[in-house]
Write a protein that binds this ligand. Structure first.
Ligand SMILES: Nc1ncnc2c1ncn2[C@@H]1O[C@H](COP(=O)(O)OP(=O)(O)OP(=O)(O)O)[C@@H](O)[C@H]1O
Length: 255
């Protein structure tokens, strides 16, 4: 088995006397999509924030490819390949879809572009951006301002920007929340496509059981900040403890 791409060791954060994430130890592997479920207030988003760096742990460690990144800022973690979708806050609303994607490609390419002439640089940028436009089925909207897109297309654009950064860890927090039913399959297909590239590690916080069933290779359950269960979807969803604390309290397809 290959080395885990991401590990949390005894990861803990306290807010005053409240322990929001409590000694969560978990290893995530390349090519695996893990869905994180749990009742409201279980600590899912806080666990995400500890991994992507919006919050710093009170105790424990986050390791990316074996490197301790526990104290790094979010930007340093993103440079190390941790890509998190932020519910539209990454978009430049006044720029077109294509311009948004080009900027993301440029940001990832960094100084590498200085070796090219301005014309060939633009050509290479456009070619790469086109690839992500096509992957997210946004080619026909390339010249629309991001702000004018329907909500579902904005979420797709957000995935395109994330893909353009080529992270090896993808983090999605309820990627279909607030999305109309006709856009939902597109986004789910997109995430399923990421899975086909067996090198990516994908983490997804999700309430909708239909989404969990469609995508999960593995489910981890948080409850009161603790890791309650971890395993293959069928096994986890059928375990009595999960039924009692999770399905019992929030029901099927909550949200
Ligand atoms: N910055 C903060 N200061 C104080 N308490 C916080 C902070 N962030 C989160 N919490 C608390 O930590 C607990 C876990 O919250 P979190 O948002 O991670 O839960 P969640 O599982 O993502 O819930 P939901 O499904 O409702 O989004 C909650 O009790 C919340 O009030």
């Amino acid at each position: 088995m290959s080395q885990p791409s991401l590990v949390t060791e005894n990861l803990t954060i306290r807010f005053g006397g409240h322990v929001a994430v409590n000694a969560v130890s978990c290893a995530f592997n390349p090519g695996e999509l893990t869905v994180i479920v749990g009742p409201n207030g279980a600590g899912k988003t806080t666990y995400f924030n500890l991994i992507s760096g919006q919050l710093t742990a009170s105790e424990g460690r986050v390791l990316k490819g074996g490197e301790d990144i526990t104290r790094l800022a979010p930007s340093a973690r993103s440079h190390r390949g941790i890509g998190r979708a932020f519910q539209l806050t990454n978009l430049f609303p006044a720029l077109t879809v294509l311009e948004n994607i080009r900027l993301a490609v440029q940001a990832r390419s960094g100084h590498g572009w200085r070796f090219f002439s301005p014309a060939s640089r633009l050509g290479a940028l456009k070619q790469e951006a086109d690839q992500f436009l096509q992957a997210t089925k946004l080619s026909d909207k390339a010249h629309m301002a991001a702000a004018e897109l329907p909500h579902g297309d904005q979420r797709k654009l957000e995935v395109a920007l994330l893909m353009a950064m080529e992270p090896d860890i993808y983090m999605f927090d309820e990627p279909t929340a607030g999305m109309s039913l006709d856009h939902t399959p597109d986004v789910l297909n997109l995430i399923a496509t990421l899975k086909e590239d067996k090198t990516k590690t994908i983490l997804l916080v999700e309430h909708k059981m239909s989404v969990v069933r469609a995508l999960a290779d593995r489910i981890i359950v948080l409850h009161n900040g603790e890791l309650l269960a971890d395993g293959p979807p069928d096994e986890v969803m059928q375990s009595q403890i999960v039924r009692d604390v999770y399905l019992g309290s929030s029901g099927e397809d909550a949200a």
